[in-house]
Design a protein around this ligand. Sequence first.
Ligand SMILES: C[S@@+](CC[C@H](N)C(=O)[O-])C[C@H]1O[C@@H](n2cnc3c(N)ncnc32)[C@H](O)[C@@H]1O
Length: 328
Amino acid sequence: MKSTASEFVFALTNPGSEKALKLEVETMKLGWRPGYQRRGFVTFKADEPFSFDSLDVGIATARRLCLSLGKAATREEAVARLGETRIIHHARFADRKMQGVSDVEIPAKPQFGEIIGTVVELGASEFWAGLHRHAPFLSPDPAGDAGIAMPAESPSRAWLKLEEAARFFDLKFTRKDIVVELGCAPGGVVLALINRGVPVIGVDPAKMAEVVLASAIAGRQDAPIDRPWFFQCRKPAALTSKRDLGQGVTWFMSDMNQSPEVVLKECARFCKMAPSIRGVLITLKLTDLLQVADKAQWFASLAEMGFKTLRLQQLSVHHKEFALLALR
Ligand SMILES: C[S@@+](CC[C@H](N)C(=O)[O-])C[C@H]1O[C@@H](n2cnc3c(N)ncnc32)[C@H](O)[C@@H]1O
């Protein structure tokens, strides 16, 4: 049965984030009421039935949101509920993690507008089936789990954060981009960007790893045009000037271990110094997951800076890490 309306939706979240998910939904005033809950899995009900459009609300703590087709006792029964659906993603709660299951099938990359089935295995005889419509800024991966492996040469796990956010939000970088990253040491993000062919100005008083220094240039004026480069501005963000940035910066990124308020203040200052900035990608490590309820304030600050498309997404690589995206 291919249903386009349901009395319930279910959300997959990072195990341990269920309370934050329910708080976020409450603060969004959607009128959704939490129902059944397991680790990494929460259902919601509302006064009216849900449609695919109801899922288009941008819940940061939901890695996937589906119209629920209910619970089944076996995987086969759950799959049967999805009828003719071409792409079916399988997720499983195991080892305290909600993960995509790739041994069932290798899923093709979905197109925008395509209906995707999700089968979630919560126990030996508990399988849930759901449907959603793939859209921009939704993860193309089963369970919103990027399933990417970090290269051994990466100096930090921040490589995973950049790669997961780029995959989740389908970010495209070109050789014409220049990224400024605040809090760049020891260099996992810089390595990921350089490997993607993107030059980076890194701001951080701390020391960079050798693997990144191989692409380093001594001064901003020395930037080559035939290869991606890295220039370190070895000082705190607040002391960085327009001169350090030069011309042509197109992305602002931050991975500083600072509060959202401090990072957004610097973001506003950098956007003034470099009006060519077209995108913002900030990773925030929330000390308390319930801070996600403040997301409307973060969006308001970015909207004031002139950004129109705003998204916040919890990453699967670390349950306290969120990626905040803003595009002009
Ligand atoms: C999580 S680490 C960054 C990891 C890094 N992005 C990577 O890819 O390996 C946080 C960094 O933020 C830096 N930091 C904290 N406050 C800062 C500030 N005010 N200005 C610049 N860097 C700052 C710290 O020195 C630290 O290196």
